[in-house]
Ligand binder design. Sequence first.
Ligand code: ZN
Length: 528
Amino acid sequence: MPADRSFYITTPIFYPSDVPHIGHGYTEVAADVLSRWHRQAGDDTWSLTGTDEHGQKMLRTATANDMGPREWADKLVQESWIPLLETLDIANDDFIRTTQPRHEQGVAAFIQKLYDTGFIEAGDYEGFYCVGCEEYKQTSELVTGTGKYDGELVCAIHSIPVELLKERNYFFRMSRFTDRLLALYEERPDFVQPDSARNEVVQFVKQGLDDLSISRSTFDWGVPVPWDTKHVVYVWFDALLNYVTAVGFDGDEATLNRRWPATHLVGKDILRFHAVIWPAMLMAAGLEVPKQVFAHGWLLVGGEKMSKSKLTGIAPNQITDVFGSDAFRYYFLRAIPFGQDGSFSWEDLAARYQAELANGFGNLASRVIAMLTRYRGGVLPAPGEASERDLGIRETVRRAAVEADLAIERMAPHEAVAAIWTIVEELNGYITLEEPWALAKDPEQAGRLDSVLATAAEGLRALAVLLSPVLPKATAKLWTALGAEPALGLLLDQRLRAAGDWGKLPAGTTVQALEPLFPRIDPEVLNA
Ligand SMILES: [Zn+2]
């Protein structure tokens, strides 16, 4: 792979009025692990997240809270969304807010361009509108209400009544793009992933696309339509454009060319916006379509989807306050095959924390550092001739590094973590078999003990590098304890694609004491 290749990843931008829950955290962590990996592999990486601040729903919640919409958004971004990123140790490069001038100017320029080239025309629209979705719904997307809304037509997602609205507004001629989109899905099977998501999108577009109403005149909280300022741009049309306005559209051609096209991580509920409407918009504007739209699954808690409209949410800091941010990051990427639905449970999280992080990785690191300290005065010895088992560890490390990188390439971070974890398992087994505590009692085995300690320390060196995108805090502590920085430099400067090369940590390196990386959790806290 060329070192100068570009990797640009985005999360959806979030509604500030939502309460951050672990579903948001999951998307953020997945994007962060992928971008940290590419960044540390030397790719020209950019990661973007942000907030979607226009639209009727924001206006209504702001009004309900006696605030102006901009003031309301400012408060929520500062109190909820920036802290979410800090809680989860997210190293995003940019945070876009759709109320920023760079975005609003880009939206106006984009829509004007489509109007000038005949892709936007005025028309009458009548339909059932869901305020929760902020969109007109097809009748197939409505159900008959129960309980409070018994017998009424309600949105299938929000379970609230829809309103029959008629308005004169502007339409994006999306129907013209049906064939081009189908050709895109055909030519680039990776464009929408996983395959289940791709199939759903293809089936939807095959039915033929309607033109899309893209302006509103019933409220004014949005980007004004430049040639008819009684209208504002429909919130989804506005929001999708953040992915290009954040990287230079309109006006900074060099940055746009450097970053665009992006890989978009989305939840399944917003797949069609990203895999159908968005590429059609880009085609109309003569811009490249995204590199990929990847739909991850739902998080299920007690069998129910974590959703913004049904507040079954668990706040991410409920998890990080007990287990730490590294454990949050590890758990969701390890336990859920990326792209599939996954269940969250406290019991599973606690069990994996104890077995995999504390007893598996953490204990391995502590033991090796402690034995180096006890048997060799904290100084890394030079290894003797490698045994069969030593060579086995080298091979495990080499293979894990290659497989993890390939897994990241195919958007399978869960497989990357699993590949890296073979090193943890093999090294723990190696130490059990080699019994360094027994070797230490026999002066004639001093050379063998040197080899075992050097092999284990070098394995930890590789683990620190390979796991740093997932466990940034724990690996930073391990890197310091290994005394690796004087010889090898900063952990974040270690090239991931070379992490499997053997023999980097030099003999003579001085190790330092290591606190437990994953301390034991008080059972009373877990049962509370
Ligand atoms: Zn709805």
